[in-house]
Ligand binder design. Structure first.
Ligand code: FE2
Ligand code: FE2
Length: 210
């Protein structure tokens, strides 16, 4: 038990450093690879870069949340599911970083801060027990899915590369939500959902700029 926890913390710390430093490889090739770059004007390009910075921050938080939760999950089955989702989130992290670069933007300067906050939140959710931890996953993924759908409405139809990344991430997030529910996620009370939405609003507004 202690060895597991120590190993988890060491792996976790390593991953934290990589996430914040922007060193992470994707297991799956980016969905944007092989898609032709569309003709974007400067405004559309800058907007897409900022939206992808927001998504990248979301994926930094996903790394931290899932890691905090995987460390605290009681059931090995749940720990495995959380670890599997975390791997897919790592792909999202790499894909969105790559796309920000291609669009000429940069990642958020506040990433270490986002990471630390989300890790604490993940560990706190995990401490409440698996059903609530999974409830938190399900609601987070539901909100991320809605958020990505908003991006798909806003992104230029010409920007097929960014759209390919956002669409693939949304498909994964839908599966993460479904898997959390299948594992027995509780339903969060409405005020908790509202609180999460308010926090996400602050995060997305700040990350769009910084
Ligand atoms: Fe993701
Ligand atoms: Fe996800």
């Amino acid at each position: 038990m202690l060895k597991n926890l120590t190993d988890g913390l060491i792996t976790g710390f390593d991953r934290a450093l990589r996430t914040v430093a922007g060193v992470h490889g994707a297991g799956r090739a980016s969905p944007a690879a092989g898609v032709a770059e569309g003709a974007l004007d400067d405004v559309a390009r800058a907007d897409a870069a900022a939206l992808m910075r927001v998504n990248h921050v979301g994926e930094v938080c996903a790394q931290a949340l899932y890691q905090g939760q995987a460390l605290t999950a009681r059931e090995p089955r749940n720990r495995r599911a959380l670890a599997k989702a975390a791997l897919e989130e790592q792909d999202h992290l790499a894909w969105s970083a790559e796309r920000i670069h291609e669009l000429g933007g940069r990642a958020s300067l506040l990433n270490p801060l986002w990471y630390a906050g989300a890790f604490a939140l993940g560990a706190a959710a995990g401490a409440l027990g698996d059903r609530w931890s999974l409830a938190f996953v399900a609601e987070t993924e539901r909100q991320v899915e809605a958020h990505l759908s908003g991006h798909l409405e806003r992104l230029s139809p010409e920007d097929r590369k960014t759209r390919a990344v956002v669409e693939a991430m949304r498909e994964d997030e839908i599966r993460h939500r479904e898997s959390a529910i299948a594992l027995g996620a509780a339903e969060l009370p409405a005020p908790a959902k509202l609180g999460m939405r308010a926090m996400a609003k602050v995060m997305t507004t700040v990350a769009y700029r910084v």
